[in-house]
Design a protein around this ligand. Structure first.
Ligand code: DX5
Ligand code: ZN
Length: 220
């Protein structure tokens, strides 16, 4: 089956202590670090970009799972590759005309391509990208409106996850938004294996326990 990957969202960390926060999450059992890159245009919030990824990369060898909530993802491929990003997940809503070029350049730069979709976007829109000869290697199903941590999980998005899992038994399927001990069951049973969790992990007294519960539920 597909392996569980637990990816704490560093958006919920103390940005002023990013390296230490990343190290703490890895000590707590995190598989990946989820990095939310926003441009203040695709979403009404502004976070980090390539310079911060570059700084963090100097402190860790961890898989940096970059989620590009930006209007022009192609512009970020080269800077993020240079900065040391591992995964590059762009949004389908802004890539209708250039997704082939985008996937190709992400791969050419040595990163792992993924595609994400907002709650209002039908799942069918990502199928061509999963089936192309130059395919994405992960689909990120947003379970909140992108832009902010700490929002409520949208269970109706599990229909998308189920449809994807049925069609693509070995695809990495990531869910992002409102995941934690009370929602992981729904996501795992629908077929998600990569779990982003921000507030539920950083807000916990024992993040290691939350991470291990998330992982256990996916692997069950
Ligand atoms: C939202 C981001 C998420 C967010 C998740 O736009 O893509 O990664 O940080 O945070 P929680 O887990 O708190 O919903
Ligand atoms: Zn995200």
């Amino acid at each position: 089956g597909v392996e569980a990957k637990i990816a704490p969202s560093m958006l919920s960390s103390d940005f002023a202590n990013l390296a230490a926060e990343a190290e703490r999450m890895l000590q707590c059992g995190a598989d990946w670090l989820h990095m939310d890159i926003m441009d203040g245009h695709f979403v009404p919030n502004l976070t980090i970009g390539a310079p911060v990824i570059e700084s963090l990369r100097k402190h860790t060898e961890a898989y940096l799972d970059c989620h590009l909530m930006v209007t022009n993802p192609l512009d970020y491929v080269e800077p993020l590759a240079k900065a040391g990003a591992s995964g590059f997940t762009f949004h389908v809503e802004v890539s209708k005309d250039n997704w082939r070029e985008l996937i190709q350049s992400i791969k050419a730069k040595g990163m792992r391509p993924g595609v994400s979709l907002k709650p209002g976007t039908p799942i069918e829109e990502v199928y061509p990208m999963v089936e192309d000869k130059n395919a994405v290697e992960m689909v990120l199903v947003m379970t909140v409106e992108p832009g902010f941590g700490g929002q409520k999980f949208m269970p109706e998005m599990m229909d998308k996850v189920r449809a994807l899992r049925k069609k693509y038994p070995s695809l990495d399927i990531e869910v992002d938004g409102g995941l934690g001990p009370s929602t992981i069951e729904m996501a795992a049973s629908a077929g998600a294996n990569c779990i982003v969790a921000g507030s539920s992990v950083f807000g916990a007294a024992e993040p290691a326990e939350v991470i291990s519960l998330l992982k256990k539920t996916v692997n069950e």
